[in-house]
Design a protein around this ligand. Structure first.
Ligand code: PEP
Ligand code: MN
Length: 235
């Protein structure tokens, strides 16, 4: 979430391609305090505008408990990012909310730790938790992280929660996102979280992994074709 123009173009793309949930971060957990940190409350207000204008659902992230109340108020789905997976005050606060939570796996977390983090939300009384695999850190350095598809299969077998894949953060480069998305769909995951930007080279965050809009449209079409071949329906 960078500016009104950027988010409006992205919301329009969602509406045009049949994507129902727009994800945009207003409180960004950046690796450096000197880079773009997000638009904060102004960003949430813009997301609210896009929700009303385009009839979309909004997913946005809680970085820490200092702004939990406003994120919970404006989000339709609350994202807890990889770096906040161990933040028990965030997890406990989400457990008291009646909104669905997308919990991302910490990049150094075992599946056991990931599931236990989800338990903090579930045991607080919120049964609507989605688990998002977004790549883990391995010895490999050519890709940003290593997408743990084995882990995704394990989560599907051993939990009854929806499993979502984020190929964008996993590979960290736009060129691999489409193939990893199709592999994830073939695997039977419940959803994909894909980053896109109207002008990727100018993106303020994770520029190399953003699909441009044409790439996104092409991917969405190919996912529809693949879903039909697999006897699944994209919603
Ligand atoms: C994000 O989803 O934009 C993000 C910061 O991802 P992660 O928490 O997986 O690093
Ligand atoms: Mn990101």
């Amino acid at each position: 979430m960078e500016s009104e123009e950027q988010i409006e173009a992205s919301a329009q793309l969602c509406a045009e391609t049949g994507v129902r949930v727009l994800r945009a971060g207003c409180y960004k957990p950046r690796s450096s305090p000197y880079t773009f940190q997000g638009l904060g409350l102004n960003g949430l207000l813009l997301l609210d505008k896009m929700r009303q204008r385009f009839g979309l659902r909004i997913i946005t992230e809680i970085r820490d408990s200092s702004h939990a109340e406003e994120v919970i108020e404006y989000a339709d789905i609350i994202q807890v990012g990889a770096k906040a997976m161990y933040d028990q005050s965030v997890l406990r606060r989400c457990g008291k909310s009646n909104k669905p939570v997308l919990l991302k796996r910490g990049f150094g977390s075992t599946l056991q730790e990931f599931v236990q983090a989800a338990e903090f939300v579930l045991s607080g009384g919120n049964s609507q938790v989605m688990l998002c695999e977004r790549g883990i850190r391995t010895f490999e350095t050519k890709t940003r992280f290593t997408l743990d598809l084995c882990g995704a299969v394990w989560l599907k077998k051993h939990t009854n929660l929806p499993v979502i894949i984020d190929p964008s953060h996993a590979i960290g480069f736009a060129y691999g996102v489409a193939d990893l998305s199709r592999a994830s769909l073939a695997l039977g995951v419940d959803g994909l979280l894909i980053e896109t930007h109207p002008n990727p080279p100018a993106a303020l965050s994770d520029a190399e992994q953003q699909l441009n809009f044409d790439e996104f449209r092409e991917l969405k079409n190919s996912l529809s074709t693949l879903a039909t071949a697999l006897g699944r329906k994209l919603i």
